[in-house]
Design a protein around this ligand. Structure first.
Ligand code: ARG
Length: 463
């Protein structure tokens, strides 16, 4: 089937060779071949089920399509540009295998509902796989959290030391982000899993098809109620790219932290040799390439989301060739998110080592216990704002004298306010500062332990 034969007799000459290349999507939509074959098999079965073609012919079509699946797997089916896209490539090969029967496959169908079916089947699979990858990363974070409940790390706001926290608490924040990512994908899946097949080119078909039958064969949860919407809707793809962009933003934020933590300025983590690279000129360097690449790739995925939104914004109903441009964005996003989740899992499993000694020093050498002094007074009846102002004053004096709060004598504390007694030293010790934040969802060790237990249940219930 050359270009001339593909189109109806109304065409007299072939496409300009450069336009044929410009028009073709086979270079990338071959990625859909498995799904195209599966969709076509369901369609062929439906044609027989609805008595549109005889059962023997449907059987021939199904066998031919399965043969193409094998040929593709064995590397014997490698369609080129002349096929234009994966759908034509399959139909052409099917006709070579089955003769005229192959030409019946496209009865009561258009490439418009066909391609819509293919990308939904593709996304369905990929969403499941990405959810599995999210779970793996969550498991890794949870495991590290479990081992580090009592390890303290400075907590920041405005990237200024704020209050010390449990390292586990910090990691569990990312666990929760990933939890929402998982749930968001599960939700997107519901809209991905609706069948457009049978919408035809745009208006339905004159044949007595059974759309529910193909939907059932393909394990869709329902069918599009409107054929125009069925062939031209890409909301589900935008939603997927949105969910993927949010995943990437989460991974990027975590990457940024690892990059900071591994710097000489922080020294909270050491990069192991398995995930770091050197410099070609500076022999002392060890670079955090993995988190940097993840941070960089986030731009790509967010860009794909913008790209698809812009692609859709001016499209009149129903199908327009612009829609061919949705695929590379989806394929690249799936590959990028998958690779980044895997790389981050490896990075946390074996690419970084938390420097516990350095972390312990970090939380002991600052004023991140200042809130606890104010809380100490407030718990003894002094209005919080008053306590806050008093502590501000002490911090100022300490800074001027090069001292920390723990260096003040009891006399100095009591001169500041008579409510202070010996137990102030315990109240401002980093471990106690963390342990005391025992409000629900806080960093107190008891809270963190129960958060870990809840997280375990969460991932076991919805795996
Ligand atoms: N390759 C096309 C795409 O990816 C398939 C649908 C073509 N439909 C059409 N009416 N030209 O969107």
């Amino acid at each position: 089937m050359s270009q001339q034969q593909t189109w109806s007799q109304r065409f007299e000459s072939a496409l300009h060779p450069a336009i044929a290349i410009f028009n073709a999507s086979i270079g990338f939509d071959i990625e859909l071949i498995e799904y195209d074959l599966t969709g076509s098999i369901a369609h062929a079965k439906m044609l027989a089920h609805s008595r549109i073609i005889p059962p023997e012919e449907a059987e021939q079509l199904v066998q031919g399509l399965e043969q193409i699946r094998q040929e593709y797997k064995n590397g014997q089916f490698t369609p080129g540009i002349e096929a234009e896209d994966v759908h034509f490539a399959v139909e052409k090969r099917l006709t070579e295998i089955t003769g005229d029967v192959g030409k019946k496959l496209h009865t009561a169908r258009s490439r418009n509902d066909q391609v819509g079916t293919d990308i939904r089947l593709y996304l369905r699979d990929k969403i499941k796989a990405i959810c599995t990858d999210i779970r793996k990363f969550q498991q890794t974070l949870l495991q590290i959290a479990e081992q580090n409940v009592e390890i303290l790390i400075p907590g920041y706001t405005h990237l200024q030391r704020a209050q010390p926290i449990s390292l586990a608490h910090h990691l569990l924040a990312y666990f929760q982000m990933l939890q929402r990512d998982f749930e968001r994908l599960q939700d997107v899946y519901k809209r991905v899993n609706i069948s457009p097949l049978g919408s035809g080119a745009l208006a339905g078909t004159t044949f007595p098809i059974d759309r529910h039958y193909t939907a059932e064969l393909l394990h869709f949860d329902g069918v599009y109620a409107n054929s125009l919407d069925g062939v031209s809707d890409r909301d589900f793809a935008i939603e997927f790219l949105g969910a993927a962009s949010i995943i990437m933003v989460h991974l990027s934020r975590l990457s940024e932290e690892v990059i900071l933590w591994s710097s000489e300025e922080f020294r909270f983590v050491k990069l192991t040799d398995s995930c770091a690279t050197g410099s070609s000129i500076m022999p002392q360097k060890k670079n955090p390439d993995v988190p940097e690449l993840v941070r960089g790739k986030t731009g790509r995925v967010c860009g794909h989301l913008q790209g698809l939104l812009m692609l859709m914004k001016g499209l009149p109903l129903a199908y327009n060739k612009d829609l061919q441009e949705d695929k590379e964005a989806l394929f690249d996003t799936v590959k990028t998110v998958t690779a980044c989740l895997e790389a981050m899992t490896i990075l946390f499993e074996e690419g970084i080592e938390f420097q516990t000694k350095r972390l312990a020093e970090a939380v002991a050498e600052d004023f991140s216990n200042a809130t606890d002094v104010a809380d100490y007074l407030a718990a003894r009846g002094i209005p919080f704002r008053e306590a806050y102002n008093l502590v501000g004053k002490v911090v100022k004096t300490c800074l001027a004298e090069g001292k920390l709060l723990k260096d003040l004598s009891l006399l100095e504390w009591q001169q500041l306010h008579p409510a202070f007694s010996e137990d102030i030293y315990d109240a401002i010790a980093p471990r106690q500062v963390v342990a005391a934040r025992n409000s629900y969802g806080g960093t107190g060790f008891e809270q963190v332990k129960s958060a870990i237990a809840n997280a375990r249940v969460q991932i076991e219930v919805q795996s």
